[in-house]
Design a protein around this ligand. Structure first.
Ligand code: NAD
Length: 422
């Protein structure tokens, strides 16, 4: 019942993305022509994919690819497989990709894709056919110089491998740069696997330094235990020295104020498919996890989990938004007034696209870097981005999200002006 209520109340995520843009544009006194252009995606594809199922029947799936803005370079953004995917979620995620690439100052634009499906109910061979069908449907509009997809929720390096192979077959040559997040053996980058969480860890390190918070005595709660959440648990523990006290996935969460062993949690998730029954911990709901008395809260699942209904009960000092869009604008205001330091999504989780960018660069030169070099370059990018946003936040007296928008909007607008679009 509570879940159904939440779904009913979900605000259109694209309206949220537009509202966030509007707020920063007003402070910047952004030219109204540029502002209008930035409120809409440049191009979107709605495609229908029909595939043969293992039992001989066929099924049709709806899918999208949105290319938001490519003023700074080819569009870039992940592909999500989710039963509740909507075109407006894809639009919002494509907009956030535009701001994300700009905030870390990489020469890429924003895009996103999605297939409405429940990947957990599909076999491996059905997933492969669906992934290949998607690439066939949009193949003319993607490519290393046009639009470069990547993984997102419920898409994996294996899916990227099938998609890269399908695209290479269509164009008639090896084209690893069409997609990132590939397995290492076929042109992936060292360090891509944990890049989103690692980049997030670097921003948490910077935020803690700014706030004078000792991370070695800090506790962390993580909502979502996939690529972002699992690596956040291990890296926030190993790299930052934090104590991970709570984690969750779709089936629920676990809490132990004395600390949870991140690697044991990862093993449990692999073995049983969930962390919800992890031994030696108290079971808690996803809602309870968000309101725990911790120093760092890392929403790492889906959108709109911190809203006007629970924001005033959030006790964390820092919210590290590894998920895209976890906080609504109304919640943002409450958090800002309560001095909760939010590291906004498109800054906090930009490590993924940054190493995807490194992967694309390595694919184009055919020369691959050591993992330590990837980490070093990622740290530099994330730290520079964090400091640019923090400086803007301090200078204008605005929250970190608005400041991140201000930094990104100015960069995208400059590119549009230089190209003579506006
Ligand atoms: P994933 O598919 O690897 O994992 C998703 C996790 O979220 C799973 O553990 C799932 O159980 C959990 N989950 C789903 N719905 C939930 C719910 N309602 N409550 C609690 N847990 C729930 O996905 P991911 O790649 O880790 O992506 C997670 C978030 O991070 C998304 O918002 C995504 O857009 C964002 N993100 C991912 C990357 C990346 O490189 N993978 C980069 C930037 C941002």
């Amino acid at each position: 019942m509570a879940h159904a209520q939440l779904l009913e109340e979900k605000i259109n995520p694209f309206h949220i993305a537009q509202q966030q843009l509007d707020k920063a544009a007003a402070i910047l006194k952004l030219d109204s022509g540029i502002h209008t252009a930035l409120r809409q995606p440049a191009r979107e594809m709605h495609v229908t994919l029909t595939i043969k199922m293992d039992d001989g029947s066929c099924r049709t799936f709806n899918a999208y690819r949105v290319q938001y803005n490519d003023a700074r370079g080819p569009n870039k953004g992940g592909i999500r497989f989710h039963p509740e995917e909507t075109i407006d979620t894809v639009r919002a995620l494509a907009a956030w990709m535009t701001w994300k690439c700009a905030v870390v100052d990489i020469p890429l634009g924003g895009g996103k894709g999605g297939i409405i499906c429940d990947p957990k109910s599909l076999s491996e061979t059905e997933l492969e056919r669906l992934s290949r069908a998607y690439v066939r449907a949009i193949s003319r509009f993607i490519g290393p110089d046009k639009d470069i997809p990547a993984p997102d929720v419920y898409t994996t390096p294996q899916i990227m491998a099938w998609m890269m192979d399908e695209y290479s077959t269509i164009v008639g040559h090896h084209a690893p740069g069409v997609i990132t997040g590939k397995p290492l053996a076929i042109g992936g980058s060292a360090g891509r696997g944990d890049a989103t969480a690692r980049g997030g860890a670097y921003t948490v390190r910077e935020a803690a330094e700014h706030l004078g918070l000792d991370l070695k005595s800090s506790t962390v709660a993580i909502q979502g235990f996939g690529n972002a959440g699992q690596y956040a648990a291990t890296l926030f523990h190993d790299l930052l020295g934090c104590r991970i006290v709570a984690v969750s996935d779709t089936r629920g969460g676990v809490y132990n104020p004395g600390g949870l062993d991140p690697q044991a949690l990862v093993n449990e998730k692999r073995r049983t498919g969930t962390v919800a029954n992890f031994p030696g911990a108290q079971q808690i709901s996803n809602d309870e996890l968000l309101e725990l008395d911790v120093e760092v809260l890392a929403p790492s699942a889906l959108e709109e989990v911190i809203t006007e209904h629970n924001a005033s009960r959030i006790r964390a000092n820092i919210i590290a938004e590894l998920a895209n869009g976890p906080t609504t604008p109304a919640a943002d205001e409450i958090l800002f007034n309560n001095n909760v330091f939010v590291i906004p999504d498109f800054l906090c989780n930009a490590g993924g696209v940054t190493v995807s960018y490194f992967e694309w660069v390595q694919n184009s030169s055919g020369y691959y870097w050591e993992e330590a070099e990837v980490h070093h370059r990622l740290d530099r990018k994330m730290t520079e981005a964090f400091r640019a946003v923090l400086n803007t936040s301090t200078e204008f007296g605005v929250d970190m999200r608005t400041a991140a928008y201000m930094v990104s909007i100015q960069r995208v607008a400059e590119a549009m002006k230089l190209r003579g679009w506006v």
